[in-house]
Design a protein around this ligand. Structure first.
Ligand code: GUN
Length: 297
């Protein structure tokens, strides 16, 4: 079997276009643009790249982007004061504090300070709790993006066996909850799981989110499985290469011959994250204005 390649880049572009149209409708209805505030503390190079892409995508979707860059030696109090100011600012619908924060700043305390109604990352315990009990809130962008790709490919997930590898608060746990809500049978595997190949071998759906290059081997997969690869790992440079290749958590070349469908790295899950962030921000904007968000957002 040769797997269908799930084109996350194209799917994300369509989602961004739809969000852009609906952002325009929001601006007309509310008399202002939806707004996203992004806070970056310090100079982590990867974070700088992410924040720049988020800014560009926000503006391209017809929303306001407010960037706040603080120096690496910012203390926690200063950051909490900024978050409090953004919580009160009616032009700001969504607040995203880019992680990781510099050592010495308690990430959980900062996330806890964000108003749950502006927490478009879905990291606040209130939103994690809402997801756990099936109330509407904000769902973390990456797992929600994975879910969109899965339902687009498979339709109804009822009764399918899903294995999520990785148990982070940002991806693994919310991913498992979304799959459960969709009536899949879920297993969360992690570093202590015994016989991971056998566990993965049961899965109709595999979501790999461990952050270890090409850890999931092709011969673990059930024939025809749908594979969502959340990992983005840079290999050490090979001879003659300046930078190493980017690879996922799955042995892509091998898995292509076995899976029914698979997301590539790059161009699979990655582009979905920002598109869903824009979507969450627009949902926040509608709710903050006391309006019902459009059904198809
Ligand atoms: N760092 C890496 N990914 C993310 C994300 O989705 N949100 C935030 N806030 N920080 C990140």
């Amino acid at each position: 079997m040769t797997a269908e390649i799930i084109d996350g880049k194209a799917f994300a572009a369509k989602l961004r276009e739809r969000v852009g149209e609906q952002a325009h409708a929001f601006t007309k209805a509310a008399g202002r643009k939806a707004g996203l505030a992004v806070v970056l503390v310090g100079e982590d190079p990867a974070s700088q790249v992410y924040v720049r892409s988020k800014h560009r995508a926000t503006v391209a979707a017809g929303m306001e982007s407010y960037e706040h860059r603080l120096s690496a030696d910012t203390d926690a109090t200063e950051l909490l004061v900024l978050v409090e100011r953004l919580n009160k600012d009616n032009a700001v619908d969504g607040i995203l504090v880019q992680l990781p924060l510099p050592d010495g700043i308690d990430e959980q305390a900062v996330i806890a300070a964000i108003s749950p109604d502006k927490d478009v990352d879905g990291f606040h315990v209130t939103n994690a709790g809402r997801l756990a009990v099936g109330q509407s809130g904000f769902v973390p962008c990456t797992p929600l993006g994975c879910m969109m790709l899965l339902t687009d490919r498979l339709g109804d997930l009822s009764g399918l066996e899903a294995v999520v590898i990785g148990r982070s608060n940002i991806v693994g746990k919310p991913m498992a909850q979304l799959l459960l809500d969709a009536n899949a049978t879920i297993t969360i595997a992690h570093s202590r799981t015994k016989d991971l190949p056998a566990v993965v071998g049961r899965a109709d759906i595999v979501v790999a989110a461990v952050g270890r290059a090409e850890m999931v081997k092709a011969d673990w997969l059930k024939d025809g499985a749908t594979v969502i690869d959340v990992g983005i790992n840079r290999l050490p440079p090979a001879e003659g290469e300046e930078k190493g290749r980017l690879v996922g958590d799955v042995d892509y070349a091998g898995a292509k011959a076995r899976a029914g469908a698979i997301t590539p790295v790059p161009g699979g899950v990655g582009p979905m994250t920002i598109a869903v962030l824009l979507r969450n921000t627009l949902v926040a904007a509608y709710r903050n204005e006391g309006l019902e968000p459009p059904e198809d957002l």
